[in-house]
Design a protein around this ligand. Sequence first.
Ligand SMILES: Nc1ncnc2c1ncn2[C@@H]1O[C@H](COP(=O)(O)OP(=O)(O)OP(=O)(O)O)[C@@H](O)[C@H]1O
Length: 356
Amino acid sequence: MKEKVVVGMSGGVDSSVAAYLLKEQGYEVIGVTMQIWQDEEQALLEENGGCCGLSAVDDARRVAQALDIPYYVMNFKQDFKEHVIDYFIEEYLDGRTPNPCIACNRYVKWESLLKRSLDIGADYIATGHYARIEKLSNGRYALKRSATLAKDQTYALYNLTQNQLSKTLMPVGEYTKDEIREIAEKIHLPVAQKPDSQDICFVDGDYGDFIEEETGRKITAGNFVDMDGNILGTHKGIVSYTVGQRRGLGLSLKQPGYVVRIDKEKNEVVIGSNDDLMTDVLYGNQLNLMSIPSLENGMRFVAKVRYNHKGAPCTVQMAGEDKIQVRFDEPQRAVTPGQAVVFYDGDYVAGGATIL
Ligand SMILES: Nc1ncnc2c1ncn2[C@@H]1O[C@H](COP(=O)(O)OP(=O)(O)OP(=O)(O)O)[C@@H](O)[C@H]1O
């Protein structure tokens, strides 16, 4: 009997070609689009390349028809609200910079979609992510960077569990984006020329406005201060800033000023120089290990502190029960609380954690 796989279809090129490739590989393929956000907001975001509203469903349905596979729309709005929107809001209110894609992957795409897929008799779920999954000789499953470093999505997937990885297929990771578009053209998929989706699919514009609308809370203005605590001006609320930011501060300073720290207790945004942003040690919690079963003292990796960071050599070790220390060989710029640190052993994700 054919193995059954549920493909998460966003209506984009990558997941459409993923469905095609798996069908070619002999799987019984079922397409599913997850509805994750309110329809009116989605309709607006669609115009900006958002991922899950009405036109996403239309596109995914047309692709499923073209590929002759069954297709369903499933409602995941509650899961998304709890695990992504609420987390996003809480983190910003706490003066941190969350990564909602990581939370969506772990809790919505995998935990919830995988569960429902297994419930309907599937053996696997699949997505159009640019990453590969391998079972290593030590018995562990690990993500491997995609064949094309130009579009490698392993960073946002570091938090998947062993069980989740063991039930996941990512066929697109073997190809470059150009090759995927060529396949889409060759088989006349209706979405071959669709642009990539934007980073954060549910908010477009000022995060402060979004958080005020969602929570009904008024975001309060506060002081910009320098490294010595001297007041430099007024900010519009800590949720509108992130470490490393220079643009949009509205300050006229003698030297270029950057957000170095956000102090939630004092409702202050601390401004310093580029040098003040450099740090060679960071701490993380909520550790997830992937290619390695445990973290031994002195282990060497290359770690990324944000999606588009090129990665830097470091030593990683435990620094408490669920706390790690990452010590870089050279200081890194703008390490940001709330983002993830993901450490690689060659092409494999060894593990990752949330930056404290
Ligand atoms: N609403 C959704 N329903 C089901 N699956 C989804 C949805 N949104 C995203 N996915 C899955 O997650 C993968 C990665 O999503 P991302 O938003 O990064 O898309 P992308 O890289 O632009 O890919 P695509 O071209 O397939 O949209 C998609 O390829 C798809 O498999």
